[in-house]
Design a protein around this ligand. Sequence first.
Ligand code: PMV
Length: 333
Amino acid sequence: MNTRADQLPSQSLSQPTVATAPGKVILFGEHAVVYSRPAIAVPVTDVKATATISPGEPGSGVWILAADLPAPDGEPGGHRYRLRDAPADDPLRASVELALDAFRHGEPAGDILVTITSTIPIARGMGSGAAVATAVVRAIGRHFGHDPQPDEISPLVYEVEKLHHGTPSGIDNTVVAYARPVFFVRGRGITRLSVGAPLNLVIGDTGVVSSTRQVVGDVRRRWSAEAERYEGLFDEIGALARLAKSAIERGGPKAVGRLMDENHELLMTLGVSSPELDKLVETARMTGALGAKMSGAGWGGNMLALVEAGRTPTVADALQAAGAVSTIFSQIS
Ligand code: PMV
């Protein structure tokens, strides 16, 4: 890891170090992005993960307090554990250890408590895992006197994402670490995406928890059995992401909305939508959204509606009446 000219003096243990990271949604190209087609994702700053490094008991070593995240064994949040007692594949342990290896430069880790809180819904396609890991890596770096840059954070978070998802494309760690809209192609780094006119999104949560690993695995099985058909679908989705990039850059929300509708149809054909997602997408369209689609791995989680400014409360109310357990409004600019 590079030592940068902007190194900060090591933080005093008496001063907590705090870092945050936003949630995210995928606007175009989920699943196809795993097969190297382009995708577009944007940060959602209305929700966030926060990591705080504070002094621990003398001689205690490194402890983790996951204030509102489930425990490694699936128990609900509020648990506190010693780093070295957690399973090696615990994502919080991995985040802390990767950051310590990268940033402590031979200094002892010391006696610290890493407290993690998050307002990002878990397992709903909003990048909760990537955001928690990003906040932890950023906070540990700062604690050891170095404010890590997105290009340093993203590869470390990718390693943690592998524990969550198996074979992630890398889009989540990228959009969350850079905290800006990205046009992403696996293995090629990011292309900056400028947003010509603000995009008003209503994000509707089906309340259905879904495992990205399972959905991605299911698509892979079907792709293995019928490669030609699925490659064709991925090509179509990738083409939509390219068209969407131009539409977003020139500030054409109507075109972006139409492309979202088309992307949703292709995700239905891919077999990753669900009755709950389809109902919310249909409701958003009937209430005047410019376009709507599921977002993330699917089978549950969130959908997105692109709406004209001023219509967001109407669409949000309709989504709640149609079964959304919560709605988030986010303006992307
Ligand atoms: O559900 P999420 O936010 O973890 O998104 C998964 C996106 C996929 O394209 C389905 C997988 C990936 O690694 O990109």
